[in-house]
Design a protein around this ligand. Structure first.
Ligand code: ATP
Ligand code: MG
Length: 406
């Protein structure tokens, strides 16, 4: 991609009401644009990163034998009344149509998926079923002040699994737990498994919490074995696994998994005939990841005073090639060469921008490798390469670039 043609550009100023680090860097870098509190447009750069995160999530869900679906955002009021959540779900957006019919804007999808299942599940032979989607969710959050960490419109992967027995469900819960570990490891986040209360519809839940001073949650993190307990439920003084001491830490919840009680199955009569021909309610589990929150969390964790430092797997591009004045021909050739090797390159071909400003923008955007071919380097058939995370550039032979960045 040529930076001269990239839609969205870096900015010196951010909206005055944006306090969070993630929103400030993402807006300044031209990754997202703020529409109103908790609502953002993803610009081309930002969408590349969001898509990478979501594709990692997708890959791990598919590997766990879940199937992707896409459910509506507009939900019939009747379904929400049936579960009682039309009145009790505090952050539900309720809207009405021209003909005065009322609808919910989906904040979560039990109210769609359970009724859907009744059309496809008759016998134990139809189970298990694991369905997920990656979709825009709507929640009327009162405190949408943390950029992508808390949106009123945001992206979530939500997966629901249905089983003939709670033992089967518990076994799948463990599969998901592993899939979650893989997801967070692959996107580059250190997410700590955190025991939490299940709320109304579950006995327990496991949250994946990224320790960070700007997180809204407080967890008690075991200083020894890397698990935690959410402080909202904690009665413990020491780690339940190893007896280690617990330290109070702020954290960002990037995902959670929990077995569901039979409430929704009862509400929507989601039952099946077991081997003996007896009618049974399905056993279910629910598994969420806030994919746009993951993007915000990555910026909260990986930044310095000058900008973002994306982990490789989710960086919008792998290489940021700096066009050098007077060396346009060489830079162009390098651009073509890298692209032909399948390396994602953002090429700063902007003519009117000074080198200093290009470097500052490169630091802000946080692409892992900055590449430069100048008069001096080219004489020796070399290029200058600098990792975003390091201060000092290195000089490597042109033909070694590929090897270096892999
Ligand atoms: P929180 O306690 O932070 O409000 P939650 O318990 O309401 O989260 P769930 O309803 O289980 O979260 O949603 C699943 C995941 O979606 C969360 O783990 C989080 O990563 C993400 N998420 C929830 N609310 C938001 C939001 N307003 N903006 C962005 N991501 C969110
Ligand atoms: Mg919430």
């Amino acid at each position: 991609m040529r930076q001269s043609q990239l839609f969205g550009r870096t900015k010196k100023e951010v909206p005055r009401d944006e306090e969070s680090i993630n929103a400030r860097f993402l807006i300044r870098g031209g990754f997202i644009h703020k529409e109103m509190a908790g609502v953002y447009t993803f610009l081309p750069l930002g969408l590349r990163t969001l898509n990478k995160i979501e594709n990692i999530v997708r890959d791990e869900m598919n590997k766990a034998n879940a199937q992707e679906v896409f459910m509506p955002s507009l939900h019939p009021k009747a379904n929400w009344q049936k579960t009682g959540r039309w009145d009790s779900f505090d952050v539900l957006f309720r809207i009405s149509s021209q003909s005065k019919s009322e609808y919910a804007l989906g904040p979560t999808h039990e109210e769609i998926l359970y009724p859907l299942l009744t059309h496809y599940i008759d016998s134990y032979k139809d189970l298990p079923v694991a369905l997920y989607q990656i979709q825009t969710k709507f929640r009327d959050e009162p405190r949408a002040k943390s950029g992508l960490l808390r949106g009123r419109e945001f992206r979530m992967k939500d997966l629901y699994s249905f089983h003939a027995t709670s033992q089967d469900r518990d076994a799948y819960y463990e599969v998901m737990r592993k899939a979650y570990e893989n997801v967070f490891q692959r996107v580059g986040l250190h997410a700590v498994e955190t025991k939490a209360s299940g709320g109304t519809f579950s006995d327990i839940s496991l949250e994946f919490q990224v320790p960070n001073q700007f997180g809204e949650d407080t967890i008690l993190l075991c200083t020894h074995c890397d698990i935690a307990i959410n402080i909202e439920i904690a009665k413990e003084n020491t780690c339940t696994r190893c007896g280690g001491s617990l330290s109070r830490t702020k954290a960002i919840e990037v995902g959670n998994i929990f077995p569901l009680k039979t409430k929704y199955a009862q509400d929507f009569h989601v039952s099946f005939k077991d081997k003996e021909g007896k009618e049974q309610l399905v056993a279910a589990g629910c598994y969420g990841i806030g994919t746009s929150r993951v993007m915000g969390a990555l910026v909260e964790v990986f930044h310095d005073g000058r900008g973002i430092l994306w982990p490789q797997a989710v960086a919008p591009f792998r290489v940021h090639l700096m066009g050098f004045p007077g060396k346009e021909k060489e830079s162009e050739a390098l651009y073509v060469q890298l692209q032909s090797k399948g390396i994602e390159v953002l090429y700063d071909d902007r003519q009117e921008v000074a080198m200093g400003e290009k470097f500052a923008d490169a630091d802000l955007l946080g692409i892992p490798y900055r590449l430069l071919a100048s008069e001096k380097t080219l004489q020796k058939n070399m290029v200058e390469i600098k990792k975003r995370a390091s201060q000092e550039p290195e000089f490597i032979p042109l033909q070694r670039i590929e090897e270096y960045i892999h």
